[in-house]
Design a protein. Structure first.
Ligand code: APR
Length: 246
């Protein structure tokens, strides 16, 4: 299967990838819906919604400060590096991620669409101020240095729209793709979960890597059961072998 998938990727005209929390799981960042998933310990409604933030900004920020710390102390894993390598080989044309961490960037990927925003970004709830964090905020909840209003994490909360530019770029990439590599997502959250279905709808190829079946598996032409950190590097090695890199 790895050999066949490597061949499909090598022959692709416009390969894209869709990643979810599973690709960062091996970096120590908990997924959302797995057995020890983040949502198991907290109800999304209590934390990741505009209403929760309005009701209790301190609680929401305590949770995000904890997750920011996790991200800052995490390292990209071999799966992140493998996707960055596919981009460097000019095979991967776009990486669409639901993840708000910066591990794809830190692994060297450049062409990235963050559908759900970025946890290291903070934006003012009133003025245009925004900034990138390189440490958790000193005060909780943090205030805007320009207008003193509350700052909020630069992520998309449940019930909020996906940033239009990110959404249209992701969808146009899905229209152009002849192969999509879906890695570490349960595929249950929309509109991200629609992206593999768009590729499938124009008769193109869906490759899925996951430790278990997901909402995408029914349309996957190839389903490779396994850890992204193990499978993706093997696919890249097989591609290199085929092009005689070693
Ligand atoms: N390798 C590959 N897949 C893995 C691994 C791994 N090492 N570990 C876990 N997985 C898979 C799980 O089997 C699951 O299918 O990753 C997926 C994680 O699913 P979720 O926790 O639902 O995460 P995700 O699909 O990214 O959630 C989408 O939901 O809560 C919102 O905004 C949040 O972006 C998130 C969105």
């Amino acid at each position: 299967m790895i050999e066949k998938v490597a061949e499909v990727i090598l022959k692709s005209r416009h390969l894209i990838a869709l990643t979810g929390a599973g690709i960062s799981a091996e970096s120590g960042i908990p997924t959302f819906r797995g057995p020890k998933g983040l949502w198991k310990r907290y109800r999304p409604e209590d934390l990741a919604t505009p209403e929760a933030f309005a009701r209790n900004p301190k609680l929401v920020w305590e949770w995000y400060a904890w997750r920011i710390n996790l991200v800052l102390n995490a390292k990209p894993n071999p799966a992140h590096y493998a996707l960055a390598e596919l981009e460097k080989m000019n095979l991967l044309k776009m990486l669409i991620t639901q993840n708000v961490d910066d591990l794809h960037e830190r692994a060297g990927s450049k062409k990235i669409v963050h559908l759900h925003g970025e946890i290291l970004k903070v934006v003012c709830t009133r003025c245009e101020y925004e900034a990138r964090l390189n440490a958790p905020p000193k005060e909780i909840p943090p205030k805007c240095p320009v207008c003193q209003a509350l700052l909020r994490p630069g992520v998309v909360w449940f019930g909020e729209p996906i940033p239009p530019a990110a959404l249209s770029l992701a969808f146009s990439e899905a229209e152009m793709a002849d192969v999509i590599l879906v890695v570490g997502t349960s595929g249950v959250v929309m509109p991200a979960g629609q992206i593999p279905y768009i590729v499938k709808s124009h008769g193109d190829i869906v490759i899925e890597i996951n430790i278990q079946e997901s909402a995408i598996t029914p349309i996957a032409d190839f389903f490779i059961k396994g850890r992204a950190g193990e499978i993706l590097p093997r696919i890249v090695d097989e591609i290199k072998r085929k092009i005689g890199c070693f």
